[in-house]
Structure formats: C-alpha cells, structure tokens
Design a protein around this ligand. Structure first.
Ligand SMILES: Cc1cc2nc3c(=O)[nH]c(=O)nc-3n(C[C@H](O)[C@H](O)[C@H](O)COP(=O)(O)OP(=O)(O)OC[C@H]3O[C@@H](n4cnc5c(N)ncnc54)[C@H](O)[C@@H]3O)c2cc1C
Length: 397
C-alpha cells in the first residue's frame, strides 16, 4: 500500500490502518520532511511564543518506526499509471518506479495566489505548511528593532478564517496588524453578520486595523518611510507594512490526480468509500471532494479523522461507507472564541439569535433554520461555545 503525503490525512490513515492490520506493508511518500505537527497550531503559535521547531510533536523517523512503515521523505510523486498500478517518484534528481496494490492520495491543498503587481509582489507569504510558517516566522523575527520600539506592521490579505486567526495571533504577539478584504466584514461567508460585527470589534480592540471593500493591487518596496513595503489598495490608499501574509483561501491539490486521468472538480472526486474514479486509488483530506458531503471539499481536521477511520476499514477488507456527523469548527480567535457548524452552502434559510442569549455580554448563540423549520447550522460565541455538544444534537447534519 502506498500513501502520498505526510499531513494529517496521511498519518491518520496509517494510524487507523495499523489498528486493524499490523502486517500490511505501507510505504509513505512525501515531498516534505514528514514530521508530524498539528497544522492548526500554525495560526496561534506567535501568541504562544512557540517556534516552528516546537510545533513538531513527533519526528518523521519516529512516526515511521512506531507505525512500522517505510518512509520516503523529500520524495515527490511525479506521475501515476493507474492501469499498471505504478507510481513514478523523484528523489534527489533521480526517478524511480514504485508499484502499488492500493494507493491513497493525501496531497492536501495549495494556497490561492492572487495576481499582484509591484517589485515586492514576490515577498508576499502564505502559510499552509510548517515550512511556510518557518519562513514567515524567520522573516518576522529577523526584522530589526524599530526606532522608539514601535511595533512591526503585518499586512494580512484576506479576512476569512485563517486571515482572522493570524490577525488575532499577530496582534496578541505585539505586531501592528492591517487586514484588507473585499467583503464588508470578517468571515462574511461563514458567520451571521451580527457575529462578524462582534469579531470585527473584538479584533479592533486588540489594535487590528481593517480595510473593507478593497483589494491590494500592488506591493512595492518602500524607498522611504518607516516600513519595508507599501501596498496600494483598489481605492488608491496606501498601507505600509514590514511583512505581508496572503490568506485568501486554499485550492485542493489535484495536479497529480489530473495528470493520472482521475475525475476531478474542485477536488479529487471520491465516492462514499473514498475511491476515486480509478479502482484501487483512494483520496481524502484537503485534496478530496466527498460524495458523502454532498460534493463538498471539507478542509478541516474532523472530516479527516472521520474519513481516515472509514478508509482504513475499507482498505483492510471491510468496505465501509463514510458518513459524516455534524462537525463544528472551533475558530482560534481568543479575542472572541467562536464555534461554527456551517450549513451546506446550498441550503436556503435564515440566521436568528437564540432569544435566551440576547443581551448576554459573555457570548451568544445563533441558529440557521431552513425553509422547513429545521436547524441546519449554528454559531456559538464566548462562553456559549461550551454548549457545542447540545447544539450539535439539535442540528440536522
Ligand atoms: C493555518 C491553518 C490553521 C488551521 N486551523 C484549523 C483548525 O483550527 N481546525 C480545523 O479543523 N482545521 C484547521 N485547519 C485545516 C487543517 O489543518 C487541514 O484541513 C489539514 O491539516 C489538512 O491535512 P492534509 O493531510 O489533507 O493536507 P496537508 O497537511 O497539506 O498535507 C499534504 C501532504 O502531501 C504532500 N504532497 C503533496 N503533493 C505531493 C506529491 N506530488 N508527492 C509527494 N508528496 C506530496 C505534502 O508534502 C504534504 O505532506 C487549518 C489550516 C491552516 C493552514
């Protein structure tokens, strides 16, 4: 069995498989180091003063030894021949063929790059892997101390979930943070407007400066001024910054699957048993688009845990349909803790606040109700986040 990738999806699949089958030979091929870390910690590490090295919980070699697998780190799968069940891999400039009986694609996603003009456009960073975070962390920690001890400024492009988490984390760590987004409030696609407004104010209280309804058009090196770069926004205003982080979203990494002729849409299409359009080839994690989720991609931790369990059962001889439970996501914005169980994007309905929480200063609860009166999603804030279990029970998945 060959697994491509060494993120949460790959390692969790191996762990679940080993619970069911201690003997099947498993080879894990990954283009990165393979070290195990929890990706969600990347967006709250600055506030906790955790360096990139401290985020690694288990080294790749130890993972491989404990789970009894063969690890091929720093090795890229360049093609898949599903007819002959062979992979081509590249390591250190050398290519080699690798046969498989069952293949699991866990190739994750890539940050979306927005077109940007200006001589400093290449300085824009995004953080989706530990190595990205290493680069971003190195850039910020290498900045020379500013005159008068003024804080360094970070420009965050995108006020979605990851942008807001980084804005909170960097502001908490003492950076001056500016956030630019074409929407009119934070996480506009995910939150009811009233909660977005609370989050806006909570982050503003930490010093975050928002630029709504605009995009960054150019990024230039600053010839003069207090900061290294100057961004020009679509309304003509300028924002100076010492570092720029793009958090405008992720796109499933389907490159390998497309090359192999597998059916792909917004992700690698998988059926209820996580099989792709090629027999014996499976996919899960950020790269997958799940039939079991009504054709959605689900780039979060809980879907991966559920998918890995079902896949391990199928791979070890018990074909198992994946059934996703309701999977609320805890958003790591300590300025306003939020738990979201988002309704399916196609569901028509309205958000209303639970009257029992109206006027409470320490948190609130909102339910999304569809046209038939069924609760299809919810958002909890502050202290109400502790009621996630009871709200989950009351919500149709
Ligand atoms: C900053 C941040 C914070 C987050 N916070 C949360 C959170 O709080 N809660 C939550 O639920 N979710 C969160 N998420 C999402 C969650 O972390 C991801 O859904 C999950 O980690 C994705 O795991 P994965 O294994 O599918 O992909 P990845 O971790 O991206 O792993 C992909 C692997 O595939 C390898 N690979 C790709 N192509 C090839 C190839 N051709 N050959 C060999 N190897 C290849 C890569 O090297 C990598 O090892 C967060 C994400 C980010 C970026």
């Amino acid at each position: 069995m060959v697994i491509v990738g060494a993120g949460l999806a790959a390692w969790t699949t191996v762990r679940e498989l080993r619970k069911l089958d201690s003997a099947v030979p498993i080879q894990l091929v990954t283009r990165d180091h393979g070290d195990f870390y929890a990706k969600p910690t990347l967006s709250n590490a600055f506030g906790q003063k955790r360096s990139p090295d401290h985020l690694v919980t288990t080294a790749a070699a130890t993972m491989a030894q404990n789970l009894g697998i063969t690890l091929c780190a720093h090795t890229t799968v360049t093609s898949i021949d599903a007819a002959t069940q062979t992979l081509t891999v590249e390591h250190g400039g050398k290519k080699e063929d690798l046969p498989y009986r069952q293949l699991v694609l866990a190739t994750g996603a890539n940050p979306i790059r927005i077109p940007m003009r200006g001589d400093a456009a290449q300085a824009i960073q995004s953080v989706n892997h530990l190595d990205d975070f290493r680069r971003f962390h190195a850039e910020l920690t290498a900045l020379p101390v500013r005159v008068g001890g003024q804080p360094h400024r970070v420009l965050v492009i995108g006020a979605g979930l990851i942008g807001c988490e980084f804005a909170n984390d960097l502001a908490q760590a003492g950076y001056a943070v500016h956030v630019v987004d074409p929407a009119s409030g934070p996480m506009a696609a995910l939150l009811p407007p009233a909660v977005g407004e609370q989050l806006r104010r909570a982050l503003e209280a930490l010093g975050v400066v928002w630029h709504w309804g605009v995009t960054v058009q150019t990024l230039q090196g600053a010839a003069t001024g207090a900061h290294r770069y100057v961004g020009t926004l679509s309304d003509g205003t300028s924002v100076e910054a010492d570092a720029v982080l793009s958090a405008v979203g992720l796109r499933a990494d389907t490159a390998l699957a497309i090359l192999a002729g597998l059916s792909c849409d917004r992700g690698v299409l998988v059926d209820a048993q996580l099989q792709t359009s090629a027999p014996g080839v499976y996919a899960l994690g950020d790269c997958a688009q799940y039939a079991s989720a009504g054709g959605r991609t689900l780039p979060y931790v809980m879907p991966i845990m559920n998918a890995a369990r079902a896949l391990a059962a199928t791979l070890s001889g018990t074909p198992t349909d994946l059934v996703f439970p309701l999977m609320p996501v805890a958003i790591k914005t300590p300025a306003l803790p939020i738990t979201v169980a988002a309704p399916h994007p196609d569901t028509q309905g309205v958000w209303t606040q639970d009257p029992a929480t109206e006027g409470l200063l320490d948190g609130g609860a909102w339910r999304f109700v569809d046209a038939d009166g069924a609760q299809r999603g919810f958002v909890l804030t502050g202290k109400q986040c502790s009621k996630r279990m009871e709200w989950s029970k009351a919500t149709a998945p």
